[in-house]
Structure formats: structure tokens, C-alpha cells
Design a protein around this ligand. Structure first.
Ligand SMILES: CC/C=C\C/C=C\C/C=C\C/C=C/C(=O)SCCNC(=O)CCNC(=O)[C@H](O)C(C)(C)COP(=O)(O)OP(=O)(O)OC[C@H]1O[C@@H](n2cnc3c(N)ncnc32)[C@H](O)[C@@H]1OP(=O)(O)O
Length: 268
């Protein structure tokens, strides 16, 4: 796997002989993202920028779940200060990953739900294992999909697929995701996925890093700028949404269901 360059409670990062870093999310059982997870993630990305990393792969320790998205504990009737810290970290994390100066690949070796899907979409390329699902399922949870989540999907698959995906809270199967270019290729196993990711990243060894960064930022920069300019408003909007009694009630029902079965549309 390579030399371990960083290990923390929920993430590990290992560098191979070519400098490519594989970041593995490990918050059992579902890689749910809470404040601590997000700040560890930001620290890893900051290190990779500082070290002029030539490329990174993002994957999960589990071959069942890439990430179940945000920890519902961070969203259900949140405290203002904690939510502000959490959401700010999430936004910063997205601007770092979506705008990284190095190429990134998500090896999606398990289900990728909501913010888990955002992580994958924020990379430059996606390899997904067969028989998994990916999408923004917020609607099914009584939530809404934040503006920058939507923009990231829109920039990947276009308006119509985003519109249907977001408004239906649709989880796409691997085959469906490939058909609409939500992912770029399919692998039989995580190991094969990593090999495909490395082949993609190998292409960039022939380019000047500054040329790559310029191209990426000319495509993604305006969306990052838009979020940075509206960061506080986005946080306030989300906080108000989450304080709506109907939303709290719905999330509490979801939390109660956690004791038995999470969602009726639960995936295999
Ligand atoms: C203006 C509006 C702007 C913004 C709106 C405001 C805020 C919203 C902000 C952002 C958007 C939201 C993004 C998100 O990421 S929301 C989270 C979405 N995640 C999910 O829906 C995950 C659903 N989970 C599942 O479908 C399954 O758990 C999964 C397929 C991942 C795994 O299935 P499996 O059968 O292996 O496990 P389970 O028995 O279902 O789960 C084990 C255990 O864990 C609990 N669980 C699952 N997911 C979460 C989660 N995200 N947070 C907390 N807890 C979770 C599950 O209920 C089980 O609990 P228990 O029964 O107690 O063991």
C-alpha cells in the first residue's frame, strides 16, 4: 500500500513510490461524517497541498459502504455553535477537494449517499465497484440538497439528470451511474479500482502541474468562489431549515427507525 504519511482516528493516508497518496476513510461502520471526521479530512488535504502531492485516491476501508454521508447526529435539531463549526468545516473541505491543485480519483467501493456522493463527485474521476449505489438521497430523509452539492452534480451529469436525481432523492446503481456519467468506469473489486485510478493519474505525469491547475480552476473556480462568497448565508439557511419543527420531527423519526430499519428504500 505504500508508506503511511498520516494516520488519525478516522482516516489514513499512504504514499506509494510515485508519490500518489491513497486516503482511506475508516469510521466504522459506515464512514458517517461528523465534525471530527471533517476536520481530519481538511488536515490531510492541507498536508497534500503543502507537499505538492502529484495525485490522490479516496476510498473506504469497507467494501460495503463508501460513506453514509453526514452523521444525522450533526443535523438533527443542532446547537448553533456546533452546527456552525461543522458546516463551515464541510464547506472548507469541499473547496479544498473540489479545487485541489492535484488530480484526485474516488474509488467508490461501497454505497455513497448524500455527502458521501458529494465527496466522490468532488474528485476528478470516479471508479465504482459493481452492485453498489450512489446519489443524493436527502429528499428521502426530509432534508434538502445544498446549493453547492447540486452544482457539483450538475457540473458532472448535466441539468436533467441532476434535476431528477435531486428531486427524487435517487440512489443510482453502478450501471445507472455509468450510463449518465455520474461515474467514469466500473471495477470488479477495490484492488482493480485502485489500478484503474492509478492508470488515470498516470496520465498527469506528462503534464505541467500548473497547466493542470489552471485548467481545473477555470472550470471549477467560479463555483468555489460562489460558495466562498455565500458561506455564511448558506450556513444560516441550512440552520434555519434544520430548526423547522417538521424537519426535526422527520429526522427524529429517521433516528428512531435507526433502532430497527433505517430506510424503506434500503439498499442490498
Ligand atoms: C436550505 C437547505 C439546505 C440544506 C439543508 C440542511 C441541511 C442538510 C445538509 C446537507 C445535506 C445532507 C447530507 C447528508 O449526508 S444526510 C445523510 C444521508 N445518509 C443516509 O441517508 C444514510 C442512510 N443509511 C442507509 O441507507 C444505510 O444505513 C446504509 C446503506 C448506509 C448501510 O446499511 P446497513 O444495512 O449496513 O446498515 P444499517 O443497519 O442501515 O445502519 C447501521 C446503523 O447506522 C445508522 N445510520 C446509517 N446512516 C446513518 C447516518 N448518516 N447518520 C447516523 N446514523 C446512521 C443506522 O440507522 C443504524 O443504526 P442502528 O440501527 O442504531 O445500529
Amino acid at each position: 500500500m505504500g508508506t503511511l504519511v498520516r494516520t488519525s482516528k478516522f482516516l489514513s493516508a499512504a504514499r506509494d513510490i510515485n508519490g500518489i497518496v491513497t486516503i482511506t476513510m475508516r469510521r466504522p461502520p459506515l464512514n458517517r461524517m461528523n465534525l471530527e471526521f471533517m476536520s481530519e479530512f481538511s488536515n490531510v488535504l492541507r498536508d497534500l497541498e503543502r507537499d505538492n502531492c502529484p495525485g490522490a485516491i479516496l476510498t473506504s476501508y469497507s467494501n460495503k459502504v463508501f460513506s453514509a454521508g453526514f452523521d444525522i447526529g450533526e443535523l438533527c435539531n443542532p446547537e448553533p455553535e456546533r452546527f456552525n463549526d461543522f458546516y463551515t468545516e464541510v464547506q472548507n473541505n469541499w473547496t479544498q477537494l473540489y479545487g485541489s491543485t492535484f488530480p484526485t480519483v474516488a474509488v467508490i467501493n461501497g454505497h455513497a449517499m448524500a455527502a458521501g456522493c458529494l465527496l466522490a463527485l468532488s474528485c476528478d474521476y470516479r471508479v465504482m465497484i459493481k452492485n453498489r449505489t450512489i446519489g443524493y438521497n436527502e429528499m428521502q430523509m426530509g432534508l434538502a440538497t445544498p446549493t453547492w452539492f447540486t452544482a457539483t452534480m450538475l457540473n458532472t451529469v448535466g441539468h436533467r439528470h441532476t434535476e431528477l436525481g435531486v428531486t427524487l432523492g435517487k440512489m443510482f446503481t453502478t450501471d445507472e451511474a455509468l450510463n449518465i456519467n455520474l461515474i467514469d468506469c466500473v471495477a470488479d473489486s477495490k484492488e482493480e479500482g485502485i489500478q484503474k485510478a492509478l492508470s488515470f493519474l498516470e496520465k498527469f505525469t506528462h503534464f505541467l502541474p500548473k497547466s493542470y491547475t489552471f485548467a481545473k480552476h477555470s472550470l471549477r473556480g467560479p463555483f468555489i468562489k460562489q460558495l466562498k462568497e455565500n458561506q455564511n448565508e448558506e450556513t444560516q439557511l441550512a440552520f434555519r431549515f434544520l430548526k423547522d419543527p417538521e424537519v426535526i420531527k422527520k429526522l427524529e423519526i429517521v433516528k428512531d427507525k435507526e433502532q430497527t430499519q433505517f430506510l424503506t428504500s434500503k439498499v442490498a
